[in-house]
Design a protein around this ligand. Structure first.
Ligand SMILES: Nc1ncnc2c1ncn2[C@@H]1O[C@H](COP(=O)(O)OP(=O)(O)OP(=O)(O)O)[C@@H](O)[C@H]1O
Ligand SMILES: [Mg+2]
Length: 446
């Protein structure tokens, strides 16, 4: 069921809007302040947010970027007073998809609600991967993964900082969330900050907030993500990209639990636990002077190293099965499993993109699967370079093409559209080529 979050300080308005949302058949969750809204967004997947501009603790427009740093693809609709149409327009520049001017009639609200939810749901049909991180468990029982799970357990029982390293797509964010989930206080918050995508100029105020007048645009004061994460985990992704100038400020936050907002003169005390992740070699960055050694040692108190998928043995099959069932269920297909050669291909492949790559292969495999088992052709995995046997090498180009096409046809269950797609030729071309074989009396098999 789609979930809608309403962040609105007026009690009446909140109740009415939540009532409409429920009547339309969606889940409604409400928050009376920006901080409460952020807490909710960091704990569950929300499909759409209605956000009041005049909240007691923060300006709604400024909250949009915070919302997007926690839930990058959630859509935000602003609720604005009629006499403030200018602000409404500004909200669009700040990343809102739409706005509603108050007072509005409920039909207008209902219309926007349904339009955005239905486009969100059809987008989801195409990308089945959207709910990826929430509630997911770490799958795998290879020795490396067993050790990792023990280390996560240990990490969850203390308050020291954690550094998570691993190649791209190995599950760094999933591990950070697993630490959060194993921490006993269930309601504690998890705030993710992507140091790689925030520009160096805005990252300081995003993280630490700012006081009124700190810079030209700062019309009011704003809490940063560090304050939002109070009592919980601050997950700093791609920590290697944190500007050198900000590193002492983070170090102080970790060591003394205090910081100042941009333009602020008083220290603010918070209780946040820093979990950082990177696929860069931070030790090398330290040697090259791009990362401060004192911060590195501080973050490195607990270091979780995630093994690449190619070193996890049969875990790859467990993961493949898991995703097969997940995706098949989502699009309601009955698929039993993989062909033996597909399973063999899984274990031989190098997986440069690790679990994320595997997941994408399976998603595609499920979408294009027409039988009850997915073959390696259906998965469109890069084929192993097979040195051609000498007798096979002594054939014409035409014959080789024919054999290749026949193989793909067989593997795709004689599905011509799929075959054409895999061969990257049009269906017409495929049909013409096949027609030629029958003219010369050489149909089918290889
Ligand atoms: N052991 C695992 N079990 C189940 N799913 C996993 C596992 N490891 C990773 N995944 C899934 O693989 C995908 C990639 O994981 P994640 O985003 O955590 O990787 P990452 O290391 O942060 O990648 P990047 O370096 O690109 O940021 C996610 O969908 C995640 O749920
Ligand atoms: Mg990541």
């Amino acid at each position: 069921m789609a979930k809608v979050l309403i962040i609105e300080d007026s009690d009446d308005m909140r109740l009415v809007l939540a009532g409409v949302v429920k009547k339309e058949g969606y889940g409604a969750i409400t928050a009376a302040t920006g901080a409460e809204g952020i807490q909710i967004l960091s704990g569950q997947v929300i499909d759409l947010v209605f956000l009041d501009i005049g909240l007691p603790d923060v300006n709604g427009i400024e909250l949009i970027s915070t919302i997007h740093s926690i839930a990058p693809d959630v859509e935000v609709v602003m609720l604005t007073a009629m006499n403030d149409a200018r602000t409404a327009l500004n909200s669009l520049k700040s990343g809102a998809v739409d706005y509603i001017l108050k007072p509005f009639d409920l039909d207008e609200f209902r219309h926007i609600l349904n339009r955005l939810i239905s486009s969100r749901m059809s987008a989801r049909q195409i990308s089945l991967a959207s709910r990826e991180h929430h509630g997911a468990n770490l799958i795998g029982n290879s020795p490396g993964m067993v050790k990792l799970k023990e280390d996560i357990h240990t990490a969850a029982s203390v308050r020291s900082s954690v550094l998570i390293t691993g190649e791209t797509g190995t599950g760094k964010e999933l591990v950070a969330r697993a630490i959060h989930q194993s921490v006993s206080e269930k309601s504690s918050i998890f705030v993710k900050v992507d140091c790689g995508t925030l520009s160096p100029t805005i990252i300081e105020s995003e993280l630490f907030g700012h006081e009124k007048g700190a810079f030209t645009d700062a019309r009011g004061s704003k809490k940063g993500l560090v304050e939002m994460a109070d009592g919980g985990i601050l997950f700093l992704d791609e920590i290697g990209n944190l500007p050198l100038t900000l590193q002492p400020k983070l170090l102080r936050l970790i060591e003394e639990s205090t910081f100042r907002r941009v333009g602020g003169v008083k220290d603010i005390q918070v209780n946040v636990r820093v979990v950082a992740a990177t696929n860069a070699d931070v030790a090398a960055e330290v040697r090259d002077g791009r990362f401060r050694d004192d911060l590195y040692y501080r973050l490195n108190v607990i270091h979780l190293k995630i093994p690449p998928l190619r070193n996890r043995g049969r875990d790859v099959l467990l993961l493949a099965d898991h995703y097969l069932h997940l995706f098949a269920k989502e699009i309601k297909k009955e698929i039993k499993g993989f062909t033996p050669e597909a399973e063999e291909a899984f274990q031989e492949y190098d997986w440069p993109g690790n679990v994320r790559e595997l997941k994408n292969f399976i998603e595609r495999g499920v979408i294009y699967c027409h039988g009850d088992r997915i073959s390696s052709v259906g998965l469109q995995m890069p084929l192993k370079q097979n040195p051609m046997a000498p007798e096979t090498a002594m054939i014409s180009m035409a014959e080789m093409e024919k054999r290749h096409i026949s193989q793909v046809l067989a593997a795709s269950g004689q599905n011509k559209s799929l075959t054409a797609r895999i061969l990257k030729i049009s269906r017409t071309t495929l049909r013409e080529k096949m027609a030629k074989w029958s003219e010369s009396g050489q149909v089918g098999g290889s």
